[in-house]
Design a protein around this ligand. Structure first.
Ligand SMILES: [Zn+2]
Ligand SMILES: [Zn+2]
Length: 238
């Protein structure tokens, strides 16, 4: 957190260095990211991601969309417009907040984006099947995504019973857990642990972690078996 001197923010440990929340999903042929955070450029540089085939968005909050401008590098080197998959609410926000990208007369060099509106119907990107899962971020419907036995859910504090059905059978679950204290629009750590137990997943990783949650080492040691605090650069094979 900018200007914060708390125990986490002054930590030198790499697992206490938390950029904004996003994942990269890679198959033999296809690479996509879920969300382009304000840290998207740093994250792609850090991981040397040389190819990106698509972007999926969970919801239009700025900590998940602000980095979209930097897909222009993949336009240049990939030689294609970037396919962006999002629901109507998020597409409306992108068109408003990145108006220059979608203008009729574009300034040379602006990102090239091809919008693909999605609903809750499953779809496929390259060889990666995607099942959208609708979750609640207070009053905002946010999309989680299931890829085979892996499910990624961020920015949720409630999931309807029908949507929970789509998550059943997940082996690896990534779920948001902001801090220990309750929050109006995010799961607390206890709520996230309870939900992971409800789904009986083999392993759960908690993400979208605030500095208020405490240092990685202490929180990790407090978690039940099979549950972990995610960290920046974590790689999972699923
Ligand atoms: Zn802090
Ligand atoms: Zn967020």
């Amino acid at each position: 957190m900018i200007a914060c001197g708390c125990n986490v923010c002054i930590s030198d440990h790499k697992k206490d260095k938390r950029l904004r929340t996003s994942i990269l999903v890679e198959s033999a042929t296809t690479t996509l990211v879920v969300d382009t955070t304000p840290d998207f450029r740093c994250q792609m540089l850090r991981e040397s991601v040389s190819k990106l085939d698509a972007v999926l968005f969970t919801h239009p909050h700025k900590d998940h969309t602000a980095g979209m401008d930097d897909v222009r590098a993949y336009n240049f080197f990939g030689g294609h417009s970037m396919p962006v998959y999002a629901n109507k609410m998020t597409i409306d926000a992108l068109m408003r907040e990145f108006a220059y990208v979608f203008a009729d007369k574009k300034y040379p060099g602006v990102p090239s984006i091809t919008l693909h509106p999605i609903t809750l119907e499953p779809f496929v990107i390259g060889d990666i099947p995607v099942i959208p899962v609708m979750v609640w971020h207070l009053h905002m419907p946010v999309l989680g995504f299931r890829f085979g036995s892996f499910t990624y859910i961020t920015d949720a504090n409630r999931i309807d019973a029908e949507e929970k059905q789509k998550i059943k059978g997940t082996k690896t679950l990534v779920l948001n857990a902001l801090r220990r204290e309750p929050h109006i629009s995010h799961y607390s750590l206890d709520e996230a642990v309870a939900l992971a137990q409800e789904f009986k997943v083999e392993r759960a990783y908690f993400t979208h972690i605030s500095h208020q949650l405490g240092r990685h080492g202490a929180v990790e040691a407090s978690l039940p078996p099979g549950m972990h605090l995610a960290w920046d650069g974590l790689v999972l094979h699923v």
